[in-house]
Design a protein around this ligand. Structure first.
Ligand code: CMC
Length: 435
């Protein structure tokens, strides 16, 4: 939905065949206010009409000025700036500022923001101790989800969620510390010892450094890999009302602290239909031994045995613009680290799927997750880390939505309705009489 192209007088007329009564519903932004449906009643005792939309496929839940998507045309913009420009011309922290505060930062604003982030990039000791007790085989998203919730408990100033200044403080901490938590999980799983922070480095370079540095070894991060990580974080930074942003908003509507809401958002992201798809794509590519096996694999997706992971999107019915940028990034990274035959399989899979009637008739195209895993894998990371990287980039999007909704005086606790399909009132049956 974009800006309002309706007149104040635009209305939708509806006749209720049960009563013959006619209703007029106001139209704004090409939507009708759902609560107006409640005026449609059979009699005075009737609760009123509701709308049924289990996956929120056709329901607008908020007004937002952060991110714009035109799924039919394959357009994505952050505060009006096309994703192609933000990914190639911006740095991740610049884009964080843009998403949070609406404008590209002035040099002094960016300096101040960077200094605030650097100062907050030191995790409380308890959070390292928490990682020390995790089973090393635990999925790193499970570690991140737990650590985000625990992090909130480390600060005693997190509950003033209606106060803009306090929100800013939590936003700084969460952007600064999410990569630290991700690195803690990575190092714990790989027996690499505690994280060492280097705030002299850029955000993305420090993130790679925190994961990859080894005691007594000063490895430089290759600039092409730093650029690729920064661009990937930008490409994942926000995507309007996706499953995890919706989780963030729904949980935060109870006015709980943002660490708990972010833990819930990360949990939503973990699923294979959402951010977990990047891990699933690599596992899928590992199952396909060569380009010759692509047609048979595609057949198994078409006959419903499996989904082609990294393909399809609820909103994009055209090429996901993020996938286009990531496809180009992959080529740059493989120039540095050497060619990976999995890239040939992915390209063959993409070409065959796009030319196939099953996928074209359903408007299924590669999404952001199709190539991203190949890049992370080329950087030397195992597939279980991929969704964690998605979460690090997306944290700012979750926080921008949180800040926007908490500043909006019309925000209310999210509480949907249901169609009850269970028993009517029944008499209690004593234990001895149960059959
Ligand atoms: N492979 C094979 N068939 C598919 C796929 C796929 N990846 N995606 C959708 N379809 C078919 C589906 O079977 C259905 O066919 P039919 O009409 O014959 O029943 C039709 O396309 C519509 O699918 P849907 O499940 O109703 O669509 P949805 O909007 O509910 O689901 C989706 C969107 C992303 C969950 C789905 O496309 C999917 O499961 N894709 C694979 C997982 C994936 O890559 N997820 C990452 C999404 S992008 C990153 C993010 O933002 O999270």
């Amino acid at each position: 939905m974009s800006s309002d192209n309706n007149n104040n007088s635009d209305t939708l007329s509806a006749i209720d065949s049960r009563t013959g009564k006619e209703y007029s519903l106001p139209i704004a932004h090409d939507t009708i206010p759902a609560t107006k449906l409640r005026e449609i009643k059979v009699n005075d005792d009737d609760f009123g009409m509701l709308s049924y939309d289990p996956a929120l496929k056709n329901t607008v839940t908020c007004k937002s000025s952060i991110c714009f998507i035109d799924g039919e045309k394959g357009i994505l913009e952050y505060r009006g700036y096309p994703i192609e420009d933000t990914a190639s011309k911006g740095t991740y922290l610049e884009i964080c500022w843009l998403l949070l505060y609406g404008e590209l930062p002035l040099a002094a604003e960016l300096d101040m923001f960077q200094a605030e982030i650097s100062a907050a990039t030191y995790a409380p000791e308890d959070i390292q101790k928490l990682h020390d007790v995790f089973n090393k085989n635990l999925h790193p998203m499970a570690m991140l989800e737990s650590a985000l919730a625990a992090l909130g408990g480390e600060f005693d100033d997190i509950d003033d969620v209606l106060n803009a200044e306090s929100r800013h403080q939590q936003i700084i901490r969460l952007i600064a510390l999410t990569p630290v938590l991700a690195a803690m999980g990575y190092r714990h799983r790989n027996d690499l010892g505690p994280v060492e922070v280097n705030t002299e480095l850029s955000y993305s370079s420090n993130f790679l450094h925190m994961m990859l540095s080894r005691k007594g070894r000063e490895d430089e991060i290759h600039p092409a890999l730093e650029k690729a990580m920064d661009a990937l974080l930008i490409l994942h930074a926000d995507h309007e009302q996706n499953c995890s942003a919706n989780a963030m908003r729904a949980v935060a509507s109870s006015q709980v602290n943002p660490y708990s809401s972010a833990a819930a958002a990360a949990s939503a992201l973990h699923g294979p239909l959402h951010g977990g798809a990047n891990q699933a794509v690599l596992e899928m590519l590992n199952q396909i031994e060569s380009v010759d096996d692509v047609p048979a694999f595609l057949e198994s997706c078409k006959n419903g045995e499996r989904r082609l992971m990294g393909f399809g999107h609820r909103v994009y019915k055209n090429y996901d613009p993020r996938a286009k940028v990531i496809g180009e990034l992959a080529a740059n990274v493989f120039d540095v680290v050497g060619h990976n035959p999995k890239l040939d399989i992915a390209r063959a899979l993409e070409k065959a799927a796009i030319e196939d009637e099953y996928f074209s008739s359903r408007k299924l195209f590669p999404n952001v997750d199709f190539y991203s895993g190949l890049i992370y894998s080329a950087m030397g990371f195992d597939s279980r880390m991929f969704t964690v990287f998605f979460a690090v980039g997306r944290m700012v999007g979750w926080l921008a939505h949180w800040d926007e909704m908490m500043a909006d005086s019309s925000t209310k606790i999210v509480r949907p309705r249901q169609i009850y399909t269970g028993y009517g009132r029944r008499d209690w049956v004593d234990s001895a009489d149960r059959k």
